[in-house]
Unconditional design. Sequence first.
Lengths: 397, 258, 398
Amino acid sequence: MTPETTHPEARPLLGFLTAYVPEELFHAAGFTPVFIFHTPRDHGHARAHLPGFTCWVAGSALDQALAGELDGLAGMALAQTCDTIQGLTDLWRRNVPHIPLFHFGMPLRLDGPAARAYLLAELRSLRERVQALTGHPITDDALRHSIALYNHTRPLVRRLYARASVLPPSGGNTSVLPPSGGDRGGAPDLYALIRSAFQKPKETYNQALEHHLQSATSNLHSPFSPLLPPPSPLHSPPSPLLPPPSPPHLLLSGPALADSILFDILAQSGAHVVGDLLDLGERYFAVDVLEDDAGDPLAALADRLLALVPTPTKHHPQRTRAAHLLSLVQERRADGVVFARQKFCEPHGFDYVQLAHALDRAGVPHLLVELEQASQAGQLRTRVEAFVEMISQPHVP
Amino acid sequence: MVTAGVDVGAITAKAAIFSDGELRATALIFAGYDREVAARQVLDQALAQTQLHRAQISCLVATGYGRVQVPGADRTVTEITCHARGAHFLCPEVHTVIDIGGQDSKGIAVGAGGRVLDFVMNDKCAAGTGRFLEVMARALEVDLADFGALALSAPRRATISSTCTVFAESEVITHLAVGTPRPEIIAGIHEAIAARVATMVGRIPVQDTVVLTGGVARNAGVARMLEEKLDHTIFVPAQAQLAGAIGAALIAQQQRET
Amino acid sequence: MSEYPRLQSLKRINGVMTRYYVARKALARFKPLAYVTSGAPVEIMAAMGILTLYPENYGALCGARKSATGLCQAAEATGYPADLCAYARSHIGSVLQPGDAPLKGMPRPDLLVCCNNICGTVFKWYQALAELYDVPLFVLDVPFQRVTPAEPNIIAYVADQLRELVTWLEAHTDRRLKPGRFQAVLSRSAEAIGLWQEVLAFGQHRPSPINAPDLFAAMAPIVALRGTRRALNCYRGLKAELEQRVAQDIGAVPGERIRLLWDNIAIWYRLYRFFRPFMDAGACFVADTYTNAWTVELAPQEPFVGLARAYTGVFINVDLPMRLRTIADLARRFQVDGIVMHANRSCKPFSITQSDVRDALRDELGLPVLILEADMCDERLYNEGAVRERVAAFLEML
């Protein structure tokens, strides 16, 4: 069974965490990589292994694994990023031996020849280790094929973002959704679509996304339905402070792709999310892999990983997150930035301060919300709404 | 033109009624478990102090924790925006509002006309909120109403170092066991909450006049120690607890005028 | 209650460290000063005559002097979440409010050298410092040693960066790395580590002449003065004093009847006070995993590769099975009766796998294990009552 002949939906699944796993390599090996998003559900298994001060992004994956919910995975991949993921590597190996773990030593440094050489060596090492599990080689051709497939996805996602940044949101509170057609637009739909990219085989996803982008309106009962049900008309809150002539434009930053509660609250506040610096958001789809029939596909993969805007755990002396965020603010004419940090996440905790200070110097308002295993909607709502109220005030000369 | 503001918090519900720019009445009751009923009752109580009827209210703005449960509200606005506006009404020179409520606390940087320039909130942790004082008062078997005065009467303050209410409670019990005088323990408790609030507020620019609102504002011990920590005089308006409802009513008025 | 005999050498070491801080402030006007992480290859800087200071060591000092709370609050007031590493918050607080900090804060650095072999937090901390001070930052990326022995690719990468570090230091200062001086420093460093290992080994005696808090109080030179003659003198002196104790059968804890192992960083604001109930019960901490973190041997013959191996293989950077072997080996060699693990909120690498380590040690060695939640530096997270209860119950068990 080679990757090319197996039907996409029938391929074994490879779970992964972090934004630095080279998905194409696992795809070329015959897997469908799927991101293991955290869920609010706590089975209590992870708590027996992890201290209370551990972020739930990692905790949930371990919890799901120990509860048997990930038994369908043929393997799990983690890239070196933060101390918690490093610890999870150890804990997974010890406690989830039935799901083989691949640790990918993504370097911290993104600059310089030494880092690139090491990254390349590490990709080669990963290829060998994956081959050892599957029992068949990952050929350069297979890699090129997978690269082409993933390169097909990214421009589609970029179009999705471009469209979302231009389309106005559905407005404060539509308590009843149109029965058919009518893209609600706004954060919940956009991010539900982005999340799907990490949960479906690329072959299927690319087709569906193309179709979605082509049609003027989308069927809300498509496979891309938002993950949370729409608010019931009986409980729809009265609309907040009269929305300004144009809804405030917001950018998001953080590791929060799975926290749909946040996107719902943002949409209901009347704000318009026009882009993000989320780890698995815009930055993840911004750079394609160079396709070259004669070149080394692993080198091409390495170069993409090095070229991405860094997440907080990676370092490039010139290509900084602050510079990128500021240019995004300018480009999208953002009125403010919302930082959604997972409680106990050290990298994003420090990163928030650096970015916040850069925004302060540029006079851009920002808000910090902290997300947990079970985030309180009421508290999130108050903060987000207060922030939207604040930046919606007419400017005083 | 008559407008009203209703502020439904975790513990109390407040209402304010304005007519033609003048504050006509206010009311405050315990919220109980049914926020909807509490909202209705507090508004009725306020109305009863005037000659006005419910139907005459041209705009009702709801705020607070339970704002989505206020029947008949035309708009909901967060308590941050309302407290800023209300504090500005009570003290036009306000630049910083510190609101310490039953279950959360906030710091708000206020600009011209009572607009919000920046804010910080603590709603995750009981320490730094009225709850902290409640728990401690119970542990010491002291009436909450006497708490502030007792704190100020102590010549020394015991050290309560934990940021966690549960840990702090056990520190208090340890103090009692070793015979630390009660007023000193109480002073230590007040210092702890003031320190916690001050750290939070430190994240926004603190500028005179600093106004304290919310239920805990009535506690002179907290107000005094907060002054120390922030090195600023703190003004506690007589209607400190009603700032949210007042602000909501004023925003309702602004709504109607535009 | 027994009288607890104090080691004279500790006073001397304390004096050496105080003078070290004071001297750094003075010398920093004439020599380049680099802030370095505790796991950085300080031998290179020492050989180039570049002064070094350790913000982590300073963080421990803030903890020990009980200044950490106020400094952490200063950092938190500028937006740092309260759940971040307390060393970082304290130190950043000292940069923002030096007036409230021990020794009025650390002198301004000219350079920053950050090595992530001890954790990823230092990288973010040093990024913040690079911005606060507007000085150049070198990041030495030491990958996680996920299998032992280390993979050649990792060693090659680290060795490459070490050579790069030398070039970078030469470009940013007027210093040059002279091979002769380098070898001398490496030899002294290896000797200091050897001496330190001997000091640690004294814990195997019955009774042990040394207790973990003594080691915590004595460890600063091996961290901060590795490669210097002063470090050698400190530990020669300490070794001699311990030899004397052994000769006279003097134990660090009079009436030693329980031997324990400590895991994780020290609780700096309770350095000796924490251990009182143990001492009173005749319990001595004869070994620990924190001071053992500086025991990797250097290989002066192949300097950059040797350094790469040494700094990649530090205790906190290796895979869990390797760490378990190390701890189990310690427990056996030092003949411990139980283990106390500090669940240190500030240090994820040490704390995150503690439950599994506890289970493994219980299963493999049949030893009782106590896990205590606290923090190495932030006193606000220390619950005196809860700790006392659990320690008492644990001691009753032994």
